[in-house]
Design a protein around this ligand. Structure first.
Ligand code: MN
Length: 244
């Protein structure tokens, strides 16, 4: 436990330092490669890995600490590094993440896939809260909207779980806001509903990672059990904030 915490701190500290260096280094690169890669003289947008808002073990027993540690410090960290490498190598100069994803169809596979992975996981970590933190049910405006779209909270859960179970291969399941209406859909690989060429488009409210790396250590082939456990750690306050 102590070791985990120390590793976690070390990890986030080194990531913060890495992220902090990017804006310092980029203007120099921009200067060297000419003004075409800068937006109004600003350093181009790069992705930053958020600090996990809870300990690796906080989602136990629903999502285990080892899965969280590998997922955050290996998989997610690699998406962040790889997309920022691509931004630099390809001289990409987007203003922000919305601008980046609005151009997804024109990006290289490396920039697109890792950019999606970088953003989706930040969004995923913030969609979750420590086990036993309470508020396991939506309240207020989002509750009303869920009932309007799906009949009831239970029916929403059923449909969302079914979408998560039937996503073939790797991908994500989303609850999105499509102009005031809540909808469920899924995307393949690391695509997300902000991509200009996504099958599903809208403002993300909740996301569930159904890549095997998200659950295989604890649940193996039983994706169904992972999905059922996931509902226990959904952060409905965060979802409501995104819907407001
Ligand atoms: Mn993942």
């Amino acid at each position: 436990m102590k070791d985990n915490r120390r590793n976690f701190l070390k990890q986030t500290l080194s990531l913060s330092v890495g992220a902090a260096l990017i804006p310092i280094l980029n203007p120099l690169d921009t200067f060297a490669s000419g003004p075409a890669s800068a937006v109004d003289g600003q350093a181009p947008f790069t992705f930053t890995q958020i600090q996990l808002p809870y300990a690796y073990s906080a989602l136990e027993p629903h999502i285990d600490a080892q899965t969280m540690e590998i997922h955050y410090s290996k998989h997610h960290a690699a998406y962040i590094k790889n997309v920022n490498d691509a931004i630099k190598a390809e001289n990409l100069s987007f203003k922000n993440e919305a601008d980046f994803f609005a151009n997804a169809s024109r990006l290289s596979a490396k920039a697109r896939n890792n950019g999606g992975g970088a953003w989706n996981h930040n969004f995923f970590w913030e969609s979750l809260q420590a086990a036993g933190a309470g508020n396991n049910q939506p309240e207020g405006k989002i509750k009303t909207a869920l009932e309007k779209s799906f009949g009831s909270f239970d029916q929403f859960k059923e449909q969302f779980s079914a979408a998560a179970l039937s996503r073939f291969g790797s991908g994500w399941v989303w609850l999105i806001n499509d102009k005031g209406t809540l909808k469920i859909g899924s995307t393949a690989n690391q695509d997300n509903p902000l991509f200009d060429n996504a099958e599903l488009k809208g403002t993300p409210i909740l996301a569930l990672d159904v890549w095997e790396h998200a659950y295989y250590l604890k649940y193996q082939n039983k994706r169904n059990d992972y999905i059922a456990a996931w509902w226990n750690v959904v952060n409905w306050k965060q979802a409501a904030k995104r819907f407001s």
